[in-house]
Design a protein around this ligand. Structure first.
Ligand SMILES: Nc1ncnc2c1ncn2[C@@H]1O[C@H](COP(=O)(O)OP(=O)(O)OP(=O)(O)O)[C@@H](O)[C@H]1O
Length: 339
């Protein structure tokens, strides 16, 4: 487990991290997101002890890293494997030699080094490139080797600092699948620093948004996208462009509770009215469906009833955009734009 508590980092008079509290449970993946300059890399450097925090504590598997020095600190560092954006492989060494390096530096017996290098290359699917040099590998392959090297000393925590930045979508997917596998098979706790929301949606259990050195929102990814309309929730699950349907009233929907796979048809039946899907993004996060949609409904339907029907199926519904102006016989309902 990683537990960061009251972490503050100052450079002179500049406070770059300001009282960060973040906890990543064993065998979970947490992502830290935030705009450029928010302090993500500084946080990563504090967690892997390349930087000393000004105050606060960082504990990995119970040991407070900020309080250690000398040999204890070196030993604690082995608990944390790091994968950087550019993999940082040594050009003159083959893939296998790069993976072996941390073990050789530790003075592990050569037969054990060879055995573990084989296991690690196998795990990251790179056995067939063992004797290639970094320049002979693709960006995604270099990252796999970087991950294998990050795992060389059997860390309990893997820190991934923008490891998928600059990779094409296929390589990104493959790296994310690998990280998920490491969590599930080896129980590695993973802290991912990223600016890519797809990465967060793809693998993270927990997400924390950093802004000006502070965590402004954090929680389980599924909870955030299901329960809130915050900027982080919207960034995680952005609404695709809406198909025009001028004669319909637009409603914005958010899947919140337990939803049946047929919820849309069920709501339509309850309302006695067709529902037009104008935009939708539905996917799974931590084994629960999450999603946002814009639908078009008959503008004469009663707003309160519509909201209640959706709500009874686990969906939050809010009218979006201006109400459609239409004379409704026998109705005194105003067609003021919705807030
Ligand atoms: N050694 C340093 N001395 C002074 N200021 C620093 C130092 N390192 C970082 N900073 C400042 O701390 C702030 C956070 O930088 P950091 O690199 O952690 O942000 P980031 O969120 O990783 O940004 P990006 O996404 O652009 O990499 C920036 O304003 C940066 O200028």
């Amino acid at each position: 487990m990683i537990e960061i508590s009251g972490l503050t980092k100052r450079y002179g008079a500049t406070t770059v991290l300001d009282g960060i509290d973040l906890r990543v449970e064993d065998g979970r993946i947490a992502a830290v997101v935030g705009p450029s300059g928010a302090g993500k890399s500084t946080l990563a450097r504090c967690v892997n002890l390349l930087e000393r925090p000004t105050s606060g504590s960082i504990s990995v598997s119970g040991a407070d890293l900020a309080a250690l020095s000398g040999r204890d600190l070196r030993r604690a560092r082995q608990q944390i494997g790091t994968v950087f954006q550019a993999a940082n492989l040594l050009r003159r060494l083959t893939a296998a030699q790069n993976v072996a390096l941390p073990m050789r530096n530790q003075g592990l017996p050569e037969n054990e080094v060879r055995r573990r290098v084989g296991d690690l290359l196998e795990r990251v699917g790179m056995m067939h490139r063992a004797n290639h040099y970094p320049s002979q590998l693709s960006g995604g392959q270099r990252q796999r080797i970087g991950i294998a090297r990050g795992l060389a000393l059997k860390p309990s925590v893997l820190l991934s600092d923008e490891a998928t930045s600059g990779l094409d979508p296929n390589s990104t997917r493959a790296i994310l699948a690998l990280l998920t596998e490491l969590r599930d098979d080896l129980g590695v706790t993973i802290l991912v620093i990223t600016h890519e929301m797809d990465v967060v949606r793809g693998i993270a259990d927990h997400v924390a948004q950093l802004d000006h050195g502070r965590i402004v929102e954090q929680g389980s990814v599924a909870d955030i996208v299901r329960r809130s309309d915050s900027p982080l929730a919207t960034a995680l699950l952005p609404m695709p462009p809406v198909v025009a349907a001028p004669e319909l009233r637009q409603w914005r929907l958010r899947l919140e509770g337990e939803v049946s796979p047929f919820w849309l048809a069920e709501v339509s039946r309850d309302l006695g009215s067709d529902v037009a899907v104008l935009a939708a993004l539905i996917e799974e996060s931590s084994q629960v469906p999450v999603g946002r949609l814009t639908v078009g409904l008959d503008p004469t339907l009663d707003e309160k009833e519509v909201a209640e029907r959706f709500r009874s199926h686990g969906v939050v519904a809010e009218p979006a955009g201006p109400a459609v102006l239409r004379a409704v016989a026998g109705s005194s309902r105003s067609a003021e734009p919705a807030a």
